[in-house]
Design a protein around this ligand. Structure first.
Ligand code: HEC
Length: 195
């Protein structure tokens, strides 16, 4: 019986230590962090687009956390400065991601501001980046014989556009791109500080 109690006690202490190191201490450190002056709250269209990003599993291949120079050459890759806690102030849930099958997207809005490019790339990544392993998202688009008034026609490179038809972006595709265009955290922050 004595040994069981020791085992249980040890397990509880280990759990308590892990919880304070991984939950309590970070919470105390970060709870007062304010958003940096350059960070804007999401618009409702961007929030809708964020849902589309979550729903379609973009996070399984794309991170949103450029790292420090000491950890990875992310700034040389053009992904931007290392992110700080305040950058995530409006992110609930955060979309940090761990896989980098594709590039980090935390600053994709600054790197690639074109709506046309994003829509076309989502329709068919290989039309823009030969050999890309990114899946295409045809269900975010409609193939029509001809465009109706108000349709957002996507200019897909001729080799990839359906013959004699037009590719029209759905509201979901437009919202997703609005979210991507808004991913711009290139405003300055004090290194290591949140603002
Ligand atoms: C299976 C992995 C995978 C998934 C899932 C995926 N991507 Fe990608 N993505 C890539 C790869 C690889 C590239 C680089 C080649 C290219 O541009 O297509 C890329 C490139 C990109 C780029 C261009 C990045 C740059 O720096 O030029 C954007 C934007 C992007 N993806 C958005 C998305 C969005 C939005 C989703 C979800 C709807 C998504 N991706 C899902 C793998 C993925």
């Amino acid at each position: 019986m004595h040994d069981e109690l020791k085992l249980l006690g040890g397990a509880m202490v280990t759990l308590a230590l892990a919880t304070s190191a991984l939950v309590v201490v970070p919470f105390m450190q970060l709870k007062a962090v304010e958003p940096p002056a350059g960070l804007k709250p999401y618009t409702s269209a961007q929030l809708r687009g964020r849902e589309v990003y979550i729903k379609n599993g973009c996070i399984y291949c794309h991170s949103q956390q450029p790292r420090d120079r000491a950890q990875a050459p992310d700034d040389k890759r053009g992904w931007g400065r290392a992110s700080v806690a305040g950058d995530y102030h409006y992110d609930k849930p955060h979309l940090l991601g761990t896989m980098r099958t594709g590039p980090d997207l935390f600053n994709i809005g600054a790197r690639q501001p074109s709506q046309d490019w994003h829509l076309g790339h989502l329709y068919q990544p290989r039309a823009y980046s030969p050999g890309s392993v990114m899946p295409s998202y045809p269900f975010l688009f409609e193939i029509k014989d001809k465009a109706d008034p108000g349709d957002r026609v996507v200019s897909v490179p001729p080799a990839y556009s359906p013959y004699g038809k037009v590719v029209v972006a759905s509201q979901e595709a437009i919202d997703l791109v609005t979210y991507l265009q808004g991913l711009d955290h290139t405003y300055p922050v004090i290194e290591g500080k949140a603002k």
